[in-house]
Design a protein around this ligand. Structure first.
Ligand code: ATP
Length: 485
């Protein structure tokens, strides 16, 4: 598992092995925007597919949609993003560096904790939470000054007042620019689900309770964008809105809270790396909210948010669109009368796909060192990615580039392609090829050698234990399938 000390090694590793590159790197990159390379894109897709399958295919009462990134601008007025989607920021007057207030204070609290001042650190966070809950910006500034929190660039505590900055990107629709044509890049995928609510419910003949799931890009002009793909300006979310009868929402909230935690564990994240963090300050539309946090190399941080959003969003869209957004419930309540028309309440589960990729990579990144028999040092860097989401499942390696071994290996690769990704490689020594596959995170390597020609057996090597055994060629596909199911 990675820690703060080797976080930069992870970032370099991701670049060296085709996982992630800075966007437009030949032009020196674009701040907080990243491209997924050949292995990263596949890992991300595997995680997205698993989420989609578990949400839709495995839940009879949830369907998936794919709404557009561009939406009518009133959507964002209705959702509250135009007026409220902002973060309190503070600038350092000397370095001109801008900070998100909560992150500036949290970083100071982390520093205190690392110096052994745990109680002081916890007290600082408690006071900060209280001030944030009251939107007390003057109090927050005073807290920063009282704690002598300094800018990491200038080293000074010359701060401006705290101001709010909207995080939405805007652009123009069509060729004529003007305020009327201003549209936004969606800052969350959820609103696409809300505005499509009636279309989906009616065409799918869906009965409450039911959910609508969606994955897709979201955009936020994050002021403080750092920690690699943890906080990006263009990222991907996987969101599900579960519509329920008013009054039952807190029961469903508890169910989803636990179901989502279990999902992360089933993905391969150990329980001790996950925790719940209840929100002290609830958004005006929520009546309960919790984050599932993961222990990233830089500490426990939000991976997924679960919110009980009441009927706020649908109600707002009803008001702004002047279209009735209601559900007719013909089931009878305890008093024997039908529930009738109402605006459903909503539980939202919202997870960042890129944060999940980072969680899996930092969890999988392992540096191993050992002594060879002659006393010299040996070691490897291995990505112990859970086999079911690893980009390649198998590498097929002919021992030498002749004697008919490449042909046998190629045949095996072809056989695998129906079921999973297999990688063929014949260059370099077998040891070097194993190391490369370890670094990419390929769970199995099969070596085809001269004995294969005689008895149809190959050596299969396990990435994590490095143990090798001989199995029949026909057993290779079933062995791998067993491990990735
Ligand atoms: P944070 O407090 O870390 O900014 P948030 O509370 O604003 O996150 P939500 O609006 O609840 O996040 O978004 C749901 C999920 O989307 C988050 O749990 C996170 O995984 C992901 N996410 C949000 N912002 C970003 C970002 N800038 N880059 C990558 N992922 C993000």
């Amino acid at each position: 598992m990675a820690n703060e000390n080797n976080f930069s090694d992870i970032i370099s590793h991701c670049k060296e092995y085709g996982y992630l590159f800075p966007s437009s790197e030949i032009y020196d990159g674009l701040s907080a925007v990243y491209d997924y390379g050949q292995n990263g894109a596949q890992l991300k897709k595997n995680i997205r597919d698993l989420w989609w399958k578990s949400m839709t295919q495995m839940h009879e009462d949830i369907v998936g949609i794919d709404a557009a990134i561009f939406m009518h601008p009133l959507t964002w007025k209705a959702s509250g993003h135009v007026d409220n989607f902002s973060d309190p920021m503070i600038d350092n007057k000397d370095s001109k560096k801008r900070y998100r207030v909560d992150q500036l204070i949290e970083a100071h609290a982390d520093k205190l904790a690392s110096e052994g001042k745990k109680e002081e650190s916890e007290e600082l966070l408690k006071v900060m939470d209280g001030l944030i809950a009251k939107d007390d910006f003057a109090g927050l500034k005073q807290l920063i000054l009282d704690n002598n929190i300094k800018c990491s660039v200038s080293g000074t505590a010359h701060w401006t007042d705290i101001r709010q900055f909207n995080l939405m990107f805007d652009t123009q629709l069509g060729s004529v620019s003007g305020e009327a044509d201003k549209i936004y890049l969606r800052p969350e995928t959820a609103q696409g689900i809300f505005v499509d609510f009636l279309n989906v419910q009616k065409t799918g003949r869906l009965k409450i309770p039911f959910g609508i799931a969606q994955t897709g890009k979201a955009f936020r002009n994050e002021i403080v964008a750092r920690q690699f793909i943890f906080r990006m300006r263009e990222f991907e979310q996987m969101e599900m809105e579960f519509f329920v009868r008013p009054g039952t929402e807190l029961e469903w909230y508890e169910r989803w809270k636990h179901e989502r935690l279990e999902w992360h564990k089933a993905l391969g994240i150990p329980a001790e790396k996950l925790r719940f963090h209840n929100h002290t300050k609830l958004a005006h539309y929520a009546n309960a909210a919790v984050d599932i946090e993961f222990e990233f190399p830089f500490g426990f941080k939000e991976l997924e948010g679960i919110h009980s959003r009441t009927d706020y969003d649908l109600k707002q869209h009803q008001t702004y669109s002047k279209k009735k957004i209601q559900y007719f419930d013909n089931e009878s309540g305890p008093d024997g009368k039908p529930y009738g028309n109402y605006i459903p309440y909503v539980i939202e589960t919202s997870v960042g796909l890129d944060r999940l990729v980072l969680a899996i990579i930092s969890l999988s990144f392992t540096e191993e060192k050992w002594k060879r028999e002659d006393g010299s040092d040996d070691g490897r860097v291995v990505l112990k990615i859970p086999p079911k989401i690893a980009p390649y499942k198998l590498a097929v390696l002919p021992l030498v580039k002749k004697d008919g071994l490449p042909e046998i290996a190629r045949d095996l690769v072809k056989k695998c392609h129906q079921d999973f990704y297999a990688f063929y490689e014949e260059k370099d020594s077998i040891g070097k090829r194993y190391r490369r596959m370890d670094a990419i995170g390929t769970p199995f390597c099969v070596t085809v050698d001269h004995q294969t020609k005689e008895d149809q057996t190959v050596t299969i090597r396990d990435r994590d234990t490095m143990t090798q055994r001989r199995i029949h060629l026909d057993e290779v596909v079933p062995e791998v399938l067993k491990a990735i199911r």
